[in-house]
Design a protein around this ligand. Structure first.
Ligand code: NDP
Ligand code: 8X3
Length: 256
């Protein structure tokens, strides 16, 4: 197991859910955190909750869909924060569960721009530094949706299939370097994910988790921490994790 003490970890989508849980476990392991998201106040609250000092955390108010903002955020990092060791490409969302032929263009564009383009921009601006320093690890958050398409999942599933393929491609392109690439692909995790998917319809969102014990964001963060702390010669390429109550994207055991 390798130590995360003083390693610089950039987490996108750190204002909620899995990203926030990652901030907690990586801070607990002694890492220095760069936390990125659009909701600045949430990030500030997280820093307070975790009781982090300015030498332990650096915040970025960032929309990952904005390529020039990503470039500027990465290239203008203070020197003490510029040597990123671990990039956790977590920012992402689903919008809607409509049939493809009835889908909303704006929903599609938001998912594609965030889940694919945002992940690519971060990767493109951060990984060259890793290659120059001969150290680094990219962890992409995919989904079982990238392995199994489900009705109404269409474009979201496509974006997560893209994450799977991009992770495989990056691993191949980094062969010959010590940089590691991992895709962590969860099933049902109870976060704000479903509220976002259903545009704030809490009742519909809550139904997703009814009668089920879903994964928590902490469960996923724990797996990400495991991947990041293996011996340097070990690359965990892909992890699929689901709740015990789930056996596939549409196979869920509900008690009520
Ligand atoms: P949450 O909605 O709780 O968190 C999503 C995070 O992504 C928020 O911090 C949000 O921050 C950030 N985000 C969204 N859009 C942008 C953007 N344009 N720029 C920067 N940050 C953005 O959901 P989860 O924690 O569940 O989702 C995290 C990842 O896990 C996503 O990639 C999701 O697809 C994936 N996933 C989730 C599963 C689940 O069942 N929950 C299962 C499998 C995968 P802000 O709004 O402040 O910008
Ligand atoms: C989130 C899991 O099954 O809702 O990626 O698509 S699922």
């Amino acid at each position: 197991m390798i130590s995360l003490e003083n390693q610089i970890v950039l987490i996108t989508g750190a204002s909620s859910g899995i990203g926030e849980a990652c901030a907690k476990v990586f801070a607990g392991a002694g890492a220095k955190l760069i936390l990125a998201a659009r909701r600045w106040e949430r990030l500030q609250n997280l820093v307070e909750t975790l009781n982090l000092t300015s030498s332990q955390v650096h915040l970025l108010e960032l929309d990952v869909r904005d390529r020039s903002a990503v470039e500027s955020a990465i290239s203008n990092l203070p020197t003490a924060w510029s040597n990123i060791d671990i990039l956790i490409n977590n920012a992402g969302l689903s919008r809607g569960l409509d049939k493809l032929h009835q889908g909303d263009f704006q929903d599609w564009e938001e998912m594609i721009d965030t889940n694919i383009n945002g992940l690519l921009y971060l990767t493109r601006y951060v990984v060259p530094g890793m290659v120059n320093r001969s150290r680094g690890h990219v962890v992409n958050i995919g989904s079982i949706a990238g392995h199994q398409t489900y009705p109404g999942g269409n474009v979201y599933c496509a974006t997560k299939a893209a994450v799977k393929v991009i992770s495989e491609g990056l691993k191949q392109d980094l062969l010959g370097t010590p940089i590691r690439v991992t895709s962590v692909d969860p099933g049902m995790v109870e976060t704000e994910f479903s509220n976002v998917r259903f545009h704030g319809d809490d009742e519909r969102a809550n139904k997703v988790y009814q009668g089920v014990t879903p994964l928590t964001a902490d469960d996923v963060a724990d797996v990400i921490l495991f991947c990041a702390t293996r011996s340097p010669h070990v690359n965990i390429n892909e992890v699929i994790l689901m709740p015990v109550d789930q056996a596939g994207a549409t196979l869920v055991h509900r008690r009520s």
